[in-house]
Every structure is written in structure tokens, then in C-alpha cells.
Design a protein. Structure first.
Length: 106
């Protein structure tokens, strides 16, 4: 999947929203890897999310799509408009051997 941010009109706007969110969350520039999808274990349940798709009901974000997934030191930060992009805290996913990552294409 080629890099995108939902509800943006072009690559330039997607880059701008992505960078604003990254800075607001205090996520340092890492390897330049951009994450498209993530699967992790939360309370003994396997959860997955992808940019452009809503999070599972458990997270109570309605049908809002995931806008970005960032890699932090010990976890991943999964952002919807109201959880991490515009306001609120992102959904956190543990970074461990059970977590799998799908990257956007270069």
C-alpha cells in the first residue's frame, strides 16, 4: 500500500498532517519506517488495525479511521482524529515479539 492519510486531498497534505501529528505526540524520527498496519495482543485478544480503517469496538472510537501509526520506544501509537491527531491520547499497542507490523511501500 502506498503512503496516505485518510481525508487528505493529496500527498503534500498527507505529509503535513502526518508530520504535525508526529511532532505533537513527541515521536522522534526513527528509521523512516511508515506503518500501514499493526497486529498485537491486548488482554489476551489478538487486535489489528490499519490506516484508513476503524479500530475494533473495544477502543470506542466509532467508525473513525486510523490516521497514522507511529513507532515509539516501547510501544506503538495508533491515532484517530480524536485520539492523537486533533486531541486526546492515541491508542497504545505493546511492542513485543507478538506484535507484527505492515509497512507502507516506499
Amino acid at each position: 500500500m502506498k503512503f496516505f492519510v485518510p481525508d487528505t486531498e493529496d500527498t503534500e497534505e498527507a505529509e503535513k498532517i502526518y508530520e504535525i501529528a508526529r511532532k505533537n505526540l513527541g515521536v522522534p524520527l526513527r528509521t523512516g519506517r511508515r506503518i500501514y498496519g499493526l497486529a498485537w495482543t491486548h488482554k489476551d485478544e489478538r487486535i489489528s488495525s490499519r490506516v484508513g480503517e476503524p479500530l475494533p469496538e473495544y477502543f470506542d472510537t466509532g467508525d473513525a479511521p486510523v490516521y497514522a501509526i507511529f513507532e515509539a520506544v516501547n510501544h506503538y501509537k495508533i491515532c484517530t482524529w480524536r485520539r492523537g491527531i486533533w486531541s486526546g491520547s492515541p491508542v497504545l499497542a505493546d511492542k513485543d515479539i507478538n506484535t507484527s507490523v505492515i509497512l507502507f511501500e516506499d
